[in-house]
Design a binder for this molecule. Structure first.
Ligand code: GEK
Length: 245
């Protein structure tokens, strides 16, 4: 990776740390940022591909909501070459992300079509879906709007279809939560982030990324109709859940 694609957005002291936005500057460094910040990111992407291989039905749609540069779509596409009539719909509301995502996906050959849309996922139509993925996206939707979004996802899924939700989460117990947060910060330090970068990024993200506990996620999934939401991946305070309709 060239040094210009290395995430140094919070490396210098900022007089005022504004709210984090997914703009062109973030797009430039996004791959490095997410790999060095999210424990297990590559394992989750691989797992999403494996779930797609198991659960995606012929002649159905797959949604990648909050697709960023399309990493989850790419992983799923690699696992779906044998499936007929499948279309992936990748959606993000950052124009900078969507433009780069299209370029990124065009760089790989596949017989599975991917449509990239610039939309707010709270307004997106979801239908004939056999898999809906929100890989670290739901945490950016205002908490009071999360259930309505999941209701629409549930309604748009075919029987046997599934939703995958990966999130940073808050542990129920304060002491345990402090340990997990600290372990995550150790992970970031080990990946080369300074104390200043960790502190400034935390300040920038705290108003835009509002995290739930895992039991809140599971209760919400049950409330909209999913019967047995399951955590299939966890590393520190990052987890991925799957729920089948
Ligand atoms: C990956 N899934 O690499 N509508 C559409 N997009 C949104 C919305 C919204 N309401 N809110 C946030 N986003 C990706 C990583 S990043 C996670 C997902 C992170 C988009 C936002 O623009 C950004 O691209 C993405 O959700 C979140 O597998 O940066 O921590």
């Amino acid at each position: 990776m060239s040094s210009s694609n290395r995430d140094a957005l919070f490396a210098e002291p900022l007089s005022q740390v504004g709210d984090f936005v997914f703009d062109a500057k973030v797009v430039e460094v996004f791959a490095d940022m997410i790999n060095r910040s999210v424990p297990g990111y590559q394992s989750i992407l691989h797992g999403i591909g494996q779930w797609a291989q198991r659960l995606v039905q012929a002649d159905s749609r797959v949604y990648d909501l909050g697709c960023s540069l399309g990493a989850a779509s790419l992983s799923m596409r690699q696992h779906l070459n044998d499936r007929s009539g499948v279309e992936i719909i990748a959606i993000d509301n950052s124009t900078a992300m969507v433009e780069r995502c299209r370029l990124h996906l065009d760089g790989y050959r596949s017989n599975v079509p991917v449509q990239v849309r610039c939309e707010d996922i709270r307004d997106s139509a979801i239908s004939n879906a056999s898999l809906v993925v929100m890989n670290f996206t739901l945490q950016f939707v205002p908490p009071e709007q999360r259930q309505a979004l999941l209701e629409r996802i549930y309604a748009g899924l075919k029987p046997g279809g599934a939703v995958i939700i990966s999130e940073k989460f808050r542990a129920e117990e304060a002491v345990m939560d402090a340990h997990l947060v600290d372990l995550h910060h150790e992970f970031k330090r080990a990946n080369g982030y300074s104390e200043l970068e960790i502190a400034q990024k935390r300040a920038a993200i705290e108003h835009v990324m509002r995290i739930d506990t895992l039991s809140t996620h599971q209760q919400r999934l049950r409330a909209v109709g999913f019967s047995s939401p399951q955590v299939w991946f966890q590393c520190y305070n990052f987890a991925s859940l799957i729920a089948i309709k």
